[in-house]
Write a protein that binds this ligand. Structure first.
Ligand SMILES: N[C@@H](CCC[C@H](N)C(=O)O)C(=O)O
Length: 284
């Protein structure tokens, strides 16, 4: 089978985008997606994103597989890439055009802005342990500044869901964290029954944070949009940052605003097409 795809990236978090508008199910399996993501034997990407027909009152549905084949509920950088992809597919690149997109995390609304970026209404953060999900502080209403033993030390963590789970730790110097070693231990910790994404944050100023991420199902990536949103929520809950922050990631910066008016998180950043291609799947 030959699969036509487009490769996009948002701050170096890269995705294979597939036009799946003729079918309500992804045209490839999680195992095939994982092979396509392989950086040596495949196209190379952090995930595969499918543009499917809309459901209920939405125009499109987004499904995504991580590079390990698991299916997350949402992807912030990915939905900006999807917005550019569907604008290109439909030939409608009108500025201020927004799309209602059905995801496993609810309806998400990206909008193309005048400067070529995409601003996304990411919805409301979920804070209860059951929603994240985590067994940390399972009797309480939030998981803020909780002790968690990982590896050979105790960390102070805050857990936030942006549809997908995030475990955030504020540190003095984010560059000194051995992500390769500690990331998988957080991801697979028994207190996170659905695994977790893990962010290490250095507060540079109250409106400027530096972040490094270990993603569930993808490992170290250059950026994570839902992670940046969860980080600003965690920063506000810990009195460490303002509601509007620039979050610097290894791949570049995102602007995140957690609105006090409607409790929704807004993320603004770039998304760019890299190349198009045809991928040949070989039956085994
Ligand atoms: N890179 C993404 C998040 C992708 C999903 C994540 N790996 C998970 O399993 O939750 C983003 O930009 O949000």
């Amino acid at each position: 089978m030959v699969i036509e795809f487009s490769k996009y990236q948002g701050l170096g978090n890269d995705f294979i985008l597939i036009d799946n508008l003729h079918s309500t199910d992804p045209i490839i399996t999680p195992q095939e997606a994982s092979k396509m993501c392989d950086r040596h034997f495949g196209i190379g990407a952090d995930g595969v994103i499918f543009a499917l027909p809309g459901k209920e009152d939405t125009e499109y549905t987004m499904r995504i597989y991580n590079s390990d084949g698991s299916e997350p509920e949402m992807c912030g950088n990915g939905i900006r890439c999807l917005a550019k992809f569907i604008a290109d597919l439909s030939g409608n690149t009108e500025v201020n055009k927004s799309y209602r997109i059905h995801t496993l995390a609810g309806v998400i609304i990206p909008k193309l802005t005048e400067d070529g970026n995409v601003r996304v209404d990411m919805g409301e953060p979920q804070l209860s342990p059951a929603q994240i999900p985590t067994t940390l502080n399972s009797q309480g209403d939030k998981v803020v500044d909780q002790s968690l033993e990982v590896g050979d030390r105790t960390w102070s963590v805050t857990a936030v869901s942006m549809g997908n789970p995030h475990c955030i730790t504020f540190v003095e110097d984010s560059d000194r964290i051995d992500l390769e070693k500690i990331g998988p231990l957080f991801e697979h910790h028994s207190v996170f029954p659905q695994r977790t994404n893990t962010e290490f944050i250095q507060v540079v100023k109250s409106d400027y944070l530096k972040m490094r991420v270990w993603e569930r199902g993808a490992g170290i990536t250059l950026a994570c949009g839902t992670g940046a949103c969860a980080t600003v929520v965690a920063g506000v809950l810990n009195n460490k940052c303002d509601r509007s922050c620039t979050v610097e990631l290894p791949g570049g910066c995102l602007q995140i605003d957690w609105s006090a008016m409607d409790n929704r998180v807004y993320m603004t950043g770039p998304a760019t097409e890299v190349f198009k291609g045809k991928y040949l799947t070989i039956a085994e």
